[in-house]
Design a protein around this ligand. Sequence first.
Ligand SMILES: Nc1ncnc2c1ncn2[C@@H]1O[C@H](COP(=O)(O)OP(=O)(O)OP(=O)(O)O)[C@@H](O)[C@H]1O
Ligand SMILES: [Mg+2]
Length: 425
Amino acid sequence: MAQVIVENVYKSYSQSQRERTNPSQSVDDGRAETANFSGKSQQVSVLRDINFTVKDGEFLVLVGPSGCGKSTLLRLLAGLETLTGGNIKISDRLVNDLPPKARDIAMVFQNYALYPHLNIYDNIAFGLRRTNKFEQKNDAEAGIQTVLTDVLTAATRNLPRGMRYMSAKEKSIRDRVRYVASLLQIEPLLYRLPKELSGGQKQRVALGRAIARNPQVFLMDEPLSNLDAKLRTQTRAQIVKLQRQLKTTTIYVTHDQTEAMTMGDRIAVMNNGKIQQIASPLEIYNRPANRFVAEFIGSPPMNFLSVEIVGNNKLVHQHFELDLPPVWSSSLQSIQSKSLTLGIRPQYLSLTSPGKSSIQIEVDLVEALGNETYVFAHLAADRNATLTVSLPSDKPITVGDMLWLKVNIDKIHLFTIDDGQAIAF
Ligand SMILES: Nc1ncnc2c1ncn2[C@@H]1O[C@H](COP(=O)(O)OP(=O)(O)OP(=O)(O)O)[C@@H](O)[C@H]1O
Ligand SMILES: [Mg+2]
Protein backbone atom coordinates (compact mmCIF):
# COMPACT_ATOMS: atom_id res chain seq x y z
CA MET A 1 0.00 0.00 0.00
CA ALA A 2 1.10 3.50 -0.67
CA GLN A 3 0.22 7.12 -0.77
CA VAL A 4 0.24 8.88 -4.14
CA ILE A 5 1.40 12.48 -4.38
CA VAL A 6 0.74 14.58 -7.46
CA GLU A 7 2.61 17.90 -7.44
CA ASN A 8 2.22 20.74 -9.97
CA VAL A 9 1.54 18.31 -12.77
CA TYR A 10 1.22 19.68 -16.29
CA LYS A 11 0.67 17.79 -19.50
CA SER A 12 0.77 19.19 -23.02
CA TYR A 13 0.78 17.41 -26.31
CA SER A 14 2.45 18.84 -29.33
CA GLN A 15 0.16 18.65 -32.29
CA SER A 16 2.19 16.11 -34.16
CA GLN A 17 3.98 14.19 -31.43
CA ARG A 18 4.11 13.68 -27.69
CA GLU A 19 7.22 15.18 -26.17
CA ARG A 20 8.64 16.57 -22.95
CA THR A 21 8.25 20.33 -22.71
CA ASN A 22 8.35 23.17 -20.24
CA PRO A 23 4.96 23.99 -18.67
CA SER A 24 5.39 27.66 -19.54
CA GLN A 25 5.19 26.70 -23.21
CA SER A 26 1.71 25.27 -22.88
CA VAL A 27 -1.28 27.14 -24.23
CA ASP A 28 -3.19 28.02 -21.09
CA ASP A 29 -6.44 28.88 -22.80
CA GLY A 30 -8.64 26.15 -21.35
CA ARG A 31 -9.37 24.72 -24.78
CA ALA A 32 -8.68 21.07 -25.37
CA GLU A 33 -7.50 21.49 -28.95
CA THR A 34 -5.71 24.41 -30.54
CA ALA A 35 -5.46 24.61 -34.28
CA ASN A 36 -2.05 25.26 -35.72
CA PHE A 37 -1.98 27.14 -38.96
CA SER A 38 1.50 28.60 -38.54
CA GLY A 39 3.37 25.43 -39.43
CA LYS A 40 5.26 25.57 -36.08
CA SER A 41 4.66 22.84 -33.52
CA GLN A 42 2.02 24.09 -31.09
CA GLN A 43 1.35 22.80 -27.60
CA VAL A 44 -2.09 21.67 -26.55
CA SER A 45 -2.48 22.00 -22.81
CA VAL A 46 -4.41 19.04 -21.43
CA LEU A 47 -3.63 19.15 -17.69
CA ARG A 48 -2.68 22.23 -15.69
CA ASP A 49 -1.46 22.70 -12.13
CA ILE A 50 -2.72 19.39 -10.76
CA ASN A 51 -2.00 18.94 -7.05
CA PHE A 52 -3.37 16.31 -4.69
CA THR A 53 -2.39 13.54 -2.34
CA VAL A 54 -4.17 10.21 -2.15
CA LYS A 55 -3.67 8.76 1.28
CA ASP A 56 -2.53 5.21 1.91
CA GLY A 57 -5.55 2.93 1.40
CA GLU A 58 -7.80 5.74 0.21
CA PHE A 59 -10.32 5.44 -2.64
CA LEU A 60 -10.25 8.62 -4.74
CA VAL A 61 -12.68 9.11 -7.61
CA LEU A 62 -11.67 11.39 -10.48
CA VAL A 63 -14.79 12.69 -12.17
CA GLY A 64 -15.39 15.18 -14.95
CA PRO A 65 -16.88 15.56 -18.41
CA SER A 66 -15.50 13.85 -21.48
CA GLY A 67 -12.17 15.28 -22.60
CA CYS A 68 -11.33 17.01 -19.30
CA GLY A 69 -8.12 15.01 -18.87
CA LYS A 70 -9.04 12.15 -16.52
CA SER A 71 -7.49 9.34 -18.56
CA THR A 72 -4.42 11.44 -19.28
CA LEU A 73 -3.88 11.95 -15.55
CA LEU A 74 -4.31 8.24 -14.87
CA ARG A 75 -1.94 7.34 -17.70
CA LEU A 76 0.65 9.74 -16.26
CA LEU A 77 0.32 8.00 -12.89
CA ALA A 78 0.70 4.63 -14.60
CA GLY A 79 3.77 5.77 -16.52
CA LEU A 80 2.12 5.35 -19.91
CA GLU A 81 2.63 9.05 -20.69
CA THR A 82 5.52 11.40 -19.94
CA LEU A 83 5.02 14.42 -17.69
CA THR A 84 5.37 17.89 -19.17
CA GLY A 85 6.00 19.30 -15.71
CA GLY A 86 5.68 18.44 -12.04
CA ASN A 87 6.25 15.36 -9.92
CA ILE A 88 4.51 12.09 -9.15
CA LYS A 89 5.47 10.19 -6.03
CA ILE A 90 4.23 6.74 -5.10
CA SER A 91 5.09 5.66 -1.58
CA ASP A 92 7.52 8.59 -1.24
CA ARG A 93 9.41 7.39 -4.33
CA LEU A 94 9.70 9.83 -7.21
CA VAL A 95 8.41 7.86 -10.19
CA ASN A 96 8.53 10.56 -12.91
CA ASP A 97 11.00 8.62 -15.01
CA LEU A 98 10.16 5.07 -13.97
CA PRO A 99 8.56 2.77 -16.56
CA PRO A 100 5.09 1.34 -15.74
CA LYS A 101 6.51 -2.02 -14.64
CA ALA A 102 8.67 -0.42 -11.97
CA ARG A 103 5.84 1.59 -10.39
CA ASP A 104 4.03 -1.32 -8.72
CA ILE A 105 0.62 -0.21 -9.92
CA ALA A 106 -2.11 -2.16 -11.71
CA MET A 107 -4.43 -0.49 -14.17
CA VAL A 108 -7.92 -1.67 -15.15
CA PHE A 109 -9.25 -0.25 -18.40
CA GLN A 110 -12.75 0.14 -19.73
CA ASN A 111 -12.17 -2.39 -22.51
CA TYR A 112 -10.88 -5.24 -20.28
CA ALA A 113 -7.87 -5.89 -22.57
CA LEU A 114 -7.89 -9.64 -21.90
CA TYR A 115 -5.69 -11.90 -24.05
CA PRO A 116 -8.23 -13.65 -26.31
CA HIS A 117 -6.16 -16.81 -26.85
CA LEU A 118 -5.48 -17.41 -23.14
CA ASN A 119 -8.01 -18.92 -20.77
CA ILE A 120 -9.10 -16.97 -17.71
CA TYR A 121 -6.60 -18.73 -15.42
CA ASP A 122 -3.73 -17.78 -17.72
CA ASN A 123 -5.06 -14.27 -18.18
CA ILE A 124 -4.91 -13.75 -14.42
CA ALA A 125 -1.59 -15.57 -14.10
CA PHE A 126 0.00 -13.70 -17.01
CA GLY A 127 1.25 -10.67 -15.07
CA LEU A 128 2.37 -12.85 -12.16
CA ARG A 129 4.56 -14.99 -14.40
CA ARG A 130 6.33 -11.87 -15.60
CA THR A 131 7.23 -10.53 -12.15
CA ASN A 132 9.51 -12.10 -9.60
CA LYS A 133 7.20 -11.16 -6.73
CA PHE A 134 6.12 -14.80 -6.58
CA GLU A 135 9.55 -16.31 -7.13
CA GLN A 136 11.03 -18.59 -4.47
CA LYS A 137 14.44 -16.86 -4.23
CA ASN A 138 17.43 -19.19 -4.46
CA ASP A 139 20.04 -17.57 -6.68
CA ALA A 140 22.70 -20.30 -6.53
CA GLU A 141 20.45 -23.02 -7.88
CA ALA A 142 18.41 -20.74 -10.09
CA GLY A 143 20.13 -21.69 -13.37
CA ILE A 144 19.81 -25.47 -12.97
CA GLN A 145 16.29 -25.09 -11.63
CA THR A 146 15.18 -23.06 -14.61
CA VAL A 147 16.42 -25.70 -17.06
CA LEU A 148 14.89 -28.51 -15.02
CA THR A 149 11.62 -26.65 -14.70
CA ASP A 150 11.46 -26.01 -18.43
CA VAL A 151 12.15 -29.66 -19.25
CA LEU A 152 9.61 -30.99 -16.75
CA THR A 153 6.99 -28.44 -17.76
CA ALA A 154 7.42 -29.32 -21.46
CA ALA A 155 7.38 -33.06 -20.79
CA THR A 156 4.16 -32.99 -18.79
CA ARG A 157 2.36 -30.27 -20.73
CA ASN A 158 -0.04 -32.68 -22.46
CA LEU A 159 -0.97 -34.65 -19.35
CA PRO A 160 -4.30 -33.98 -17.59
CA ARG A 161 -4.19 -30.75 -15.57
CA GLY A 162 -3.62 -32.34 -12.14
CA MET A 163 -0.65 -34.39 -13.37
CA ARG A 164 1.38 -31.59 -14.96
CA TYR A 165 4.64 -30.49 -13.37
CA MET A 166 4.45 -27.23 -11.43
CA SER A 167 7.43 -25.22 -10.26
CA ALA A 168 7.35 -23.62 -6.83
CA LYS A 169 6.69 -20.27 -8.50
CA GLU A 170 3.86 -21.72 -10.56
CA LYS A 171 2.35 -23.23 -7.39
CA SER A 172 2.34 -19.87 -5.65
CA ILE A 173 0.82 -18.33 -8.77
CA ARG A 174 -1.88 -21.02 -8.75
CA ASP A 175 -2.68 -20.21 -5.10
CA ARG A 176 -2.90 -16.53 -5.92
CA VAL A 177 -5.14 -17.10 -8.96
CA ARG A 178 -7.44 -19.29 -6.88
CA TYR A 179 -7.58 -16.74 -4.08
CA VAL A 180 -8.49 -13.95 -6.47
CA ALA A 181 -11.00 -16.14 -8.32
CA SER A 182 -12.75 -16.91 -5.06
CA LEU A 183 -12.79 -13.22 -4.07
CA LEU A 184 -14.50 -12.37 -7.34
CA GLN A 185 -16.56 -15.56 -7.58
CA ILE A 186 -15.17 -16.55 -10.95
CA GLU A 187 -13.78 -19.98 -10.03
CA PRO A 188 -16.10 -21.84 -12.46
CA LEU A 189 -14.83 -19.67 -15.31
CA LEU A 190 -11.09 -20.24 -14.93
CA TYR A 191 -10.69 -22.64 -17.85
CA ARG A 192 -12.87 -20.75 -20.33
CA LEU A 193 -11.68 -18.34 -23.01
CA PRO A 194 -12.61 -14.64 -22.74
CA LYS A 195 -15.01 -14.95 -25.69
CA GLU A 196 -17.04 -17.47 -23.66
CA LEU A 197 -17.73 -14.87 -20.91
CA SER A 198 -20.34 -12.14 -20.51
CA GLY A 199 -19.28 -8.49 -20.27
CA GLY A 200 -19.66 -8.45 -16.50
CA GLN A 201 -17.64 -11.64 -16.13
CA LYS A 202 -14.87 -10.25 -18.35
CA GLN A 203 -14.86 -7.13 -16.21
CA ARG A 204 -14.39 -9.21 -13.08
CA VAL A 205 -11.51 -11.08 -14.72
CA ALA A 206 -9.86 -7.75 -15.60
CA LEU A 207 -10.24 -6.72 -11.96
CA GLY A 208 -8.93 -10.11 -10.89
CA ARG A 209 -5.84 -9.68 -13.01
CA ALA A 210 -5.13 -6.35 -11.29
CA ILE A 211 -5.84 -7.70 -7.79
CA ALA A 212 -3.69 -10.80 -8.35
CA ARG A 213 -0.60 -8.68 -8.74
CA ASN A 214 -1.15 -7.22 -5.29
CA PRO A 215 0.01 -3.80 -6.41
CA GLN A 216 0.56 -0.77 -4.21
CA VAL A 217 -1.97 1.22 -6.21
CA PHE A 218 -4.99 0.40 -8.39
CA LEU A 219 -5.73 2.75 -11.26
CA MET A 220 -9.13 2.16 -12.83
CA ASP A 221 -10.34 3.98 -15.94
CA GLU A 222 -14.12 3.76 -16.34
CA PRO A 223 -14.06 0.01 -15.74
CA LEU A 224 -17.85 -0.29 -15.61
CA SER A 225 -18.93 1.66 -18.64
CA ASN A 226 -19.46 -1.43 -20.81
CA LEU A 227 -21.91 -2.99 -18.38
CA ASP A 228 -25.69 -2.73 -18.30
CA ALA A 229 -27.30 -0.71 -15.50
CA LYS A 230 -27.95 -3.63 -13.14
CA LEU A 231 -24.55 -5.23 -13.53
CA ARG A 232 -22.96 -1.84 -13.16
CA THR A 233 -24.61 -1.31 -9.78
CA GLN A 234 -23.60 -4.81 -8.65
CA THR A 235 -20.00 -4.54 -9.82
CA ARG A 236 -19.73 -1.05 -8.36
CA ALA A 237 -20.66 -2.40 -4.94
CA GLN A 238 -18.25 -5.29 -5.44
CA ILE A 239 -15.32 -2.98 -6.23
CA VAL A 240 -16.03 -0.85 -3.17
CA LYS A 241 -16.25 -3.95 -0.97
CA LEU A 242 -13.03 -5.38 -2.40
CA GLN A 243 -11.19 -2.12 -1.96
CA ARG A 244 -12.27 -1.96 1.70
CA GLN A 245 -11.10 -5.55 2.13
CA LEU A 246 -7.75 -5.14 0.37
CA LYS A 247 -7.17 -1.54 1.52
CA THR A 248 -5.21 -0.84 -1.65
CA THR A 249 -4.88 2.83 -2.56
CA THR A 250 -7.22 3.31 -5.52
CA ILE A 251 -7.76 6.05 -8.09
CA TYR A 252 -10.93 5.48 -10.06
CA VAL A 253 -11.92 7.48 -13.13
CA THR A 254 -15.52 7.96 -14.17
CA HIS A 255 -17.73 10.55 -15.79
CA ASP A 256 -20.72 9.15 -13.94
CA GLN A 257 -21.57 11.31 -10.96
CA THR A 258 -23.51 8.51 -9.24
CA GLU A 259 -20.37 6.38 -9.25
CA ALA A 260 -18.42 9.34 -7.93
CA MET A 261 -20.87 9.97 -5.09
CA THR A 262 -21.20 6.34 -4.04
CA MET A 263 -17.73 4.86 -4.40
CA GLY A 264 -15.02 7.17 -3.18
CA ASP A 265 -13.75 8.38 0.16
CA ARG A 266 -13.09 11.62 -1.71
CA ILE A 267 -13.97 12.97 -5.13
CA ALA A 268 -11.77 15.12 -7.34
CA VAL A 269 -13.96 17.02 -9.79
CA MET A 270 -12.09 17.99 -12.98
CA ASN A 271 -12.93 20.33 -15.81
CA ASN A 272 -10.83 21.63 -18.66
CA GLY A 273 -7.62 20.03 -17.41
CA LYS A 274 -7.91 21.44 -13.90
CA ILE A 275 -9.11 20.12 -10.58
CA GLN A 276 -12.11 22.17 -9.52
CA GLN A 277 -12.58 20.72 -6.04
CA ILE A 278 -11.37 17.75 -4.07
CA ALA A 279 -13.38 16.73 -1.01
CA SER A 280 -15.69 14.07 0.44
CA PRO A 281 -18.83 13.31 -1.63
CA LEU A 282 -21.15 15.09 0.80
CA GLU A 283 -18.88 18.13 1.09
CA ILE A 284 -18.83 18.39 -2.71
CA TYR A 285 -22.62 18.04 -2.84
CA ASN A 286 -23.41 20.41 0.00
CA ARG A 287 -20.65 22.97 -0.48
CA PRO A 288 -19.63 23.00 -4.16
CA ALA A 289 -16.65 25.31 -4.69
CA ASN A 290 -17.98 26.78 -7.90
CA ARG A 291 -20.83 26.72 -10.34
CA PHE A 292 -19.27 23.98 -12.47
CA VAL A 293 -19.07 21.55 -9.53
CA ALA A 294 -22.55 22.54 -8.39
CA GLU A 295 -23.99 21.71 -11.80
CA PHE A 296 -21.94 18.58 -12.45
CA ILE A 297 -22.64 16.79 -9.16
CA GLY A 298 -26.31 16.13 -8.40
CA SER A 299 -29.09 14.76 -10.57
CA PRO A 300 -31.12 16.41 -11.96
CA PRO A 301 -28.63 19.28 -11.93
CA MET A 302 -28.88 22.40 -9.81
CA ASN A 303 -30.98 25.32 -11.13
CA PHE A 304 -29.43 28.74 -11.65
CA LEU A 305 -31.14 32.12 -11.75
CA SER A 306 -29.70 35.66 -11.98
CA VAL A 307 -30.36 37.80 -8.91
CA GLU A 308 -29.25 41.10 -7.36
CA ILE A 309 -28.36 41.66 -3.72
CA VAL A 310 -30.21 44.52 -2.08
CA GLY A 311 -28.75 45.55 1.27
CA ASN A 312 -27.03 42.45 2.52
CA ASN A 313 -30.04 40.34 3.31
CA LYS A 314 -32.30 40.40 0.28
CA LEU A 315 -32.04 38.63 -3.08
CA VAL A 316 -34.09 40.27 -5.76
CA HIS A 317 -35.02 38.56 -9.02
CA GLN A 318 -37.11 40.28 -11.66
CA HIS A 319 -40.12 38.18 -10.65
CA PHE A 320 -39.63 37.30 -6.97
CA GLU A 321 -37.55 38.23 -3.94
CA LEU A 322 -36.09 36.26 -1.07
CA ASP A 323 -35.07 37.28 2.44
CA LEU A 324 -31.71 35.76 3.31
CA PRO A 325 -30.94 34.24 6.70
CA PRO A 326 -28.49 36.35 8.80
CA VAL A 327 -25.62 33.86 8.20
CA TRP A 328 -25.11 35.39 4.76
CA SER A 329 -24.79 39.04 5.78
CA SER A 330 -21.06 39.22 6.56
CA SER A 331 -19.93 37.36 3.42
CA LEU A 332 -22.27 39.41 1.22
CA GLN A 333 -20.90 42.65 2.66
CA SER A 334 -17.49 41.91 1.16
CA ILE A 335 -18.84 41.11 -2.33
CA GLN A 336 -18.05 43.77 -4.92
CA SER A 337 -20.69 42.98 -7.52
CA LYS A 338 -24.35 43.25 -6.68
CA SER A 339 -25.26 40.75 -9.39
CA LEU A 340 -24.99 37.08 -8.45
CA THR A 341 -26.17 33.67 -9.56
CA LEU A 342 -28.60 31.89 -7.26
CA GLY A 343 -28.30 28.09 -7.23
CA ILE A 344 -31.02 25.81 -5.92
CA ARG A 345 -31.27 22.03 -6.31
CA PRO A 346 -34.54 20.62 -7.74
CA GLN A 347 -35.51 18.93 -4.46
CA TYR A 348 -35.34 22.17 -2.52
CA LEU A 349 -38.18 23.74 -4.48
CA SER A 350 -41.69 22.86 -3.34
CA LEU A 351 -45.28 23.79 -4.20
CA THR A 352 -46.72 26.82 -2.44
CA SER A 353 -49.30 29.58 -2.85
CA PRO A 354 -48.79 32.90 -4.71
CA GLY A 355 -46.66 35.50 -2.93
CA LYS A 356 -43.76 37.91 -3.27
CA SER A 357 -41.19 35.21 -2.53
CA SER A 358 -42.91 32.55 -4.69
CA ILE A 359 -41.84 31.67 -8.23
CA GLN A 360 -44.55 31.07 -10.80
CA ILE A 361 -43.73 28.43 -13.40
CA GLU A 362 -45.37 26.83 -16.42
CA VAL A 363 -44.77 23.08 -16.77
CA ASP A 364 -43.06 21.92 -20.01
CA LEU A 365 -42.42 18.24 -19.27
CA VAL A 366 -43.24 15.77 -16.51
CA GLU A 367 -41.16 12.67 -15.71
CA ALA A 368 -42.94 10.47 -13.15
CA LEU A 369 -40.35 8.08 -11.69
CA GLY A 370 -42.74 6.46 -9.22
CA ASN A 371 -41.09 7.59 -5.98
CA GLU A 372 -40.76 11.20 -7.17
CA THR A 373 -41.70 13.33 -10.15
CA TYR A 374 -39.34 15.59 -12.07
CA VAL A 375 -41.02 18.66 -13.44
CA PHE A 376 -39.23 20.63 -16.16
CA ALA A 377 -40.63 24.14 -16.47
CA HIS A 378 -39.93 27.77 -17.29
CA LEU A 379 -40.75 30.90 -15.32
CA ALA A 380 -44.25 32.06 -16.18
CA ALA A 381 -42.87 35.54 -16.79
CA ASP A 382 -39.70 34.50 -18.63
CA ARG A 383 -39.73 31.68 -21.18
CA ASN A 384 -35.91 31.59 -21.27
CA ALA A 385 -35.42 30.96 -17.54
CA THR A 386 -35.87 27.22 -16.97
CA LEU A 387 -36.25 25.32 -13.71
CA THR A 388 -36.28 21.65 -12.78
CA VAL A 389 -38.27 20.66 -9.74
CA SER A 390 -38.37 17.35 -7.91
CA LEU A 391 -41.77 16.83 -6.31
CA PRO A 392 -43.44 14.01 -4.36
CA SER A 393 -45.22 11.66 -6.76
CA ASP A 394 -48.65 11.94 -5.10
CA LYS A 395 -49.66 15.21 -6.78
CA PRO A 396 -50.85 14.84 -10.39
CA ILE A 397 -49.07 17.41 -12.56
CA THR A 398 -49.51 17.84 -16.30
CA VAL A 399 -47.82 19.81 -19.05
CA GLY A 400 -49.13 23.39 -19.19
CA ASP A 401 -49.97 23.57 -15.45
CA MET A 402 -49.15 26.91 -13.83
CA LEU A 403 -47.61 26.30 -10.40
CA TRP A 404 -46.13 28.41 -7.60
CA LEU A 405 -42.83 27.32 -6.05
CA LYS A 406 -41.19 28.08 -2.76
CA VAL A 407 -37.39 28.14 -2.39
CA ASN A 408 -35.95 26.41 0.68
CA ILE A 409 -33.83 29.38 1.67
CA ASP A 410 -31.53 27.31 3.89
CA LYS A 411 -30.45 25.28 0.87
CA ILE A 412 -29.51 28.01 -1.57
CA HIS A 413 -26.06 28.58 -3.10
CA LEU A 414 -24.70 31.88 -4.39
CA PHE A 415 -22.04 32.22 -7.08
CA THR A 416 -20.23 35.22 -8.51
CA ILE A 417 -21.21 36.03 -12.07
CA ASP A 418 -17.72 36.53 -13.48
CA ASP A 419 -15.83 33.38 -12.42
CA GLY A 420 -18.64 31.32 -10.87
CA GLN A 421 -16.88 30.92 -7.50
CA ALA A 422 -19.18 29.97 -4.64
CA ILE A 423 -19.74 32.56 -1.92
CA ALA A 424 -19.20 30.79 1.36
CA PHE A 425 -20.74 31.82 4.62
N1 LIG B 1 -2.08 11.62 -27.56
C1 LIG B 1 -2.76 12.76 -27.57
N2 LIG B 1 -2.42 13.78 -28.37
C2 LIG B 1 -3.09 14.94 -28.36
N3 LIG B 1 -4.15 15.18 -27.58
C3 LIG B 1 -4.56 14.20 -26.77
C4 LIG B 1 -3.90 12.93 -26.71
N4 LIG B 1 -4.53 12.16 -25.79
C5 LIG B 1 -5.55 12.90 -25.31
N5 LIG B 1 -5.57 14.12 -25.88
C6 LIG B 1 -6.53 15.20 -25.61
O1 LIG B 1 -6.47 15.48 -24.24
C7 LIG B 1 -7.75 15.80 -23.72
C8 LIG B 1 -8.03 14.92 -22.53
O2 LIG B 1 -8.17 13.59 -22.95
P1 LIG B 1 -8.51 12.43 -21.93
O3 LIG B 1 -8.50 11.15 -22.68
O4 LIG B 1 -7.61 12.53 -20.77
O5 LIG B 1 -9.98 12.83 -21.51
P2 LIG B 1 -10.98 12.08 -20.51
O6 LIG B 1 -11.30 13.04 -19.43
O7 LIG B 1 -10.44 10.76 -20.12
O8 LIG B 1 -12.29 11.93 -21.43
P3 LIG B 1 -13.32 10.69 -21.55
O9 LIG B 1 -14.28 10.84 -20.40
O10 LIG B 1 -13.97 10.96 -22.86
O11 LIG B 1 -12.54 9.41 -21.52
C9 LIG B 1 -8.73 15.60 -24.87
O12 LIG B 1 -9.06 16.84 -25.39
C10 LIG B 1 -7.95 14.78 -25.87
O13 LIG B 1 -8.35 15.09 -27.17
MG1 LIG C 1 -11.02 8.78 -20.55
